[in-house]
Design a protein around this ligand. Sequence first.
Ligand code: SF4
Length: 241
Amino acid sequence: MTQATPHRPRLAVAGLTPLTSLDYPDHLSCVVFLQGCPLRCGYCHNPQMLAPRQAEPSEWAEVEAFLERRRGLLEAVVFSGGEPTLHADLAQAIERVHALGFKVGLHTAGIYPRRLQTLLPRLDWVGLDVKGPGADFDRIVGRPGMAAAHERSLALLLESGIRFECRTTVHWHDFDLASLQRLALGLAERGVAHYAIQMARPGQCLAPRYAEPGPGPWHADALASLVETLRPAFQRLELRR
Ligand code: SF4
């Protein structure tokens, strides 16, 4: 009898960071960036990763070959993007990474909650991007209907018991300090224990106006002061510049 050949995942790989201690808490990891994202955040510093494309079979094979060589040296593999949950073969790739002995983390904006629900039992840690509060979410990502989807993903994560972090990238075009404070406290009230505030990187941005210098309220001291005000609301709160 002929045995079916196992299907290798096909994933459009946009890049790979071979070693980082920043992308999966308390673990040495690598990051696999997947091509394609339906959102259009003005501050996006990876505009070259947004357009989806067909994957070549060799792309994932090369990632697996890299992971084979890193067994015993790395502890975790993080899938990032782009929006990694866009990819139908992600679940299969996660299983193969587990079979190689690594933990698996996921960076996502939570815009495909049904796919996230399928992935959750396979994941060890999730970093969930919270783009903005309520109705501002869709404005910040440039696409309607995303806030409701993200809300379902946050609820799934809170119910799941899986370790996760919420993170918000802040740019002065999208936030003032008061709205950032409201967003953070709202997450804490929901039960989010780990939160990170990430400053948008100047320079290469999807929308050119996001490269303009910001006004006074984003002075470093004011933001640091807000973070200290928020600190008691979370088990872990980080400011990433
Ligand atoms: S910053 Fe926004 S547009 Fe850019 S990859 Fe992330 S979610 Fe997509």
